[in-house]
Design a protein around this ligand. Structure first.
Ligand code: PEP
Length: 236
């Protein structure tokens, strides 16, 4: 299965960051990475200005969230259809930072369905809190999230992101990751890419990306610098 190396820029960036695609292309040219997919998810309004440089560098673009409906009276929201029109072919749904702001499994499932209807691939995020892990409930929590957040669609990606490892510098061990990706694999089957996310960096990328049932990474902080994003992609 092709690896997917996905950068989540969160609420970082400016218009000039469109040039980062050229930077990445210099560091790791497209002709040397035909075995993997690279994706950048910038803030939605930077997608369109990045289309040219990203398509030249064979880098996919994605949104970080979408609304479940195509259009309507939803001030401040962006639909999956709009992301597609802007140039995205992926969208992250159910990131823990959004779940913490009140997004439920049902909302995540509806957003993933909307992405599918719009013709873009949802990256459906799941992950347990530290308290849930420490009380031995991590697998049950993640399995329940998977079952309730994934609609009846074929084209999707799952990102397992333990909440306690996001932006904290704490990474799950290869054993923790393997132990969680195995039951996820059982639920989603062989054809679905399962990414790991949570403080992935050049220093730990090789070990994480060579763990069983890991088909790529969702990267926050380390995706803001092209040197580190390229180094992580080279490890895939
Ligand atoms: C993320 O935001 O999805 C993430 C994994 O962030 P970081 O790599 O910074 O932990």
């Amino acid at each position: 299965m092709r690896s997917l190396i996905a950068g989540n820029w969160k609420m970082h960036g400016e218009m000039s960051w469109a040039g980062k695609a050229d930077e990445l292309e210099k560091l790791y040219p497209a002709k040397n990475r035909t075995h993997l997919d690279i994706l950048i998810c910038p803030p939605a309004l930077f997608i369109a200005p990045m289309v040219r440089s990203c398509s030249k560098a064979n880098i996919n673009l994605g949104g970080q969230n979408c609304h479940a409906q195509e259009n309507g009276a939803h001030t401040g929201e962006v639909s999956a259809q709009m992301l597609k029109l802007a140039g995205a072919n992926f969208v992250i749904v159910g990131h823990s930072e959004r779940r913490a702001a009140g997004e439920t499994d049902k909302m995540v499932r509806d957003k993933a369905s909307a992405a599918n209807r719009a013709g873009i691939t949802p990256i459906i995020c799941v992950g347990e809190s530290l308290a849930q892990r420490e009380s031995g409930k991590a697998e049950a929590v993640v399995s329940a999230q998977i079952k309730s957040s994934i609609p009846e669609i074929e084209d999707y990606v799952v990102a397992y992101e333990p909440i306690w490892a996001i932006g904290t510098g704490k990474t799950a061990t290869a054993k923790d990751i393997e132990q969680m990706h195995a039951p996820i694999r059982k639920i989603v089957g062989e054809g679905v890419r399962i990414l790991y996310g949570g403080s992935v960096k050049p220093a730990n990328a090789k070990e994480i990306l060579s763990t069983k049932n890991v088909n790529g990474a969702l990267i926050g902080g380390a995706s803001l610098e092209m040197e580190s994003l390229a180094a992580i992609a080279k490890a895939a």
